[in-house]
Design a protein around this ligand. Structure first.
Ligand code: SAH
Length: 255
């Protein structure tokens, strides 16, 4: 990789970690890397692609993004559950649920309040400790743990859960890690267990979120391990614009 590209990618990752997807502009990255914005866009085509490449170059460094994000209120961090998951409780029978990438725990807590036996896992310690504090305030029991979803073998048994929910994690997983990710979700589910995943869809045109996924990408990742029930159009609330981000909800069953 030419030196300039390397430099742009290192700067992009640094700015992404400190500013977040919305505020890490190509203008700022170009300025800090000492290239023109035009060179940057010619090399990487889009901001989304630039971030994909920057994360790929240094995946371990990228993990700092999450802890950094929780030092303030990240855009996905709502003080209520995602309406899409709230709607699911009416259609599913209570059981053991794992919320992967649970963040500060609003979805997990909402499910626990509706009689599900819930575990939430997240990499970011700050997110888990504030999720735990909420359970005390709200008198509800959820098992929140710090951990990496890509390495759950030592945390949960095979077939331990009836349902896995994913509100905005899969779209944050790197392309290279999707296969391992799908296998990990598959392993912790019972046969016949369900996986519900909410992600930004490629119908969303705004530039400032993480990766937007196509139905083909979702199918490609999960069909080897799951029977896909459907991939529905829905919306994803953020703190800045409730219900306006176009999203997909994948419903899949472990074969
Ligand atoms: N589900 C939450 C947070 C969504 S943002 C909500 O709806 O508010 C994605 C979350 O996934 C972040 O909290 C981030 O810390 C977590 N995360 C990212 N990669 C992870 C991984 N490999 N293992 C566990 N958690 C991860």
């Amino acid at each position: 990789m030419p030196d300039t590209e390397e430099k742009i990618l290192d700067v992009a990752l640094k700015v992404l970690i400190s500013e977040g997807y919305a505020d890490a502009t190509t203008h700022r990255i170009a300025q800090e890397a000492n290239v023109t914005e035009m060179t940057l866009l010619q090399t990487f085509q889009s901001k989304e692609n630039l971030f994909r490449e920057a994360r790929k170059k240094n995946p371990n460094e990228f993990l700092k993004y999450w802890d950094e994000a929780y030092k303030s209120m990240p855009p996905w961090d709502l003080d209520h559950p995602q309406p899409t998951f709230q709607a699911l409780i009416n259609t599913n029978i209570p059981g053991r649920v794992l919320d992967i990438g649970c963040g500060r725990g609003e979805n997990a807590i909402m499910l626990a309040m509706n009689n599900y036996d819930v575990t939430g896992i997240d990499l970011a310690e700050a997110a888990i400790s504030s999720a735990k504090a909420k359970t005390i305030e709200r008198h509800v029991k959820v098992n929140f743990v710090v951990g990496n979803v890509l390495q759950m073998d030592h945390l949960f048994m095979e077939g331990e859960f009836d349902v896995v929910i994913d509100s905005g994690l899969f779209h944050a997983i790197m392309d290279e890690e999707r296969h391992v990710f799908a296998l990990q979700v598959w392993r912790v589910l019972k046969t016949g267990g369900k996986y519900f995943m909410l992600c930004f869809s490629d119908k969303e045109l705004s530039e400032d979120g993480p990766i937007k996924l196509s139905k083909t990408e979702i199918e490609h990742t999960f069909t080897p391990f799951f029977k896909i029930i459907d991939i529905k159009d829905t919306t994803f609330d953020t703190r800045f614009d409730p219900s306006s981000r176009k999203a997909y909800l994948l419903s899949a069953v472990k074969n």
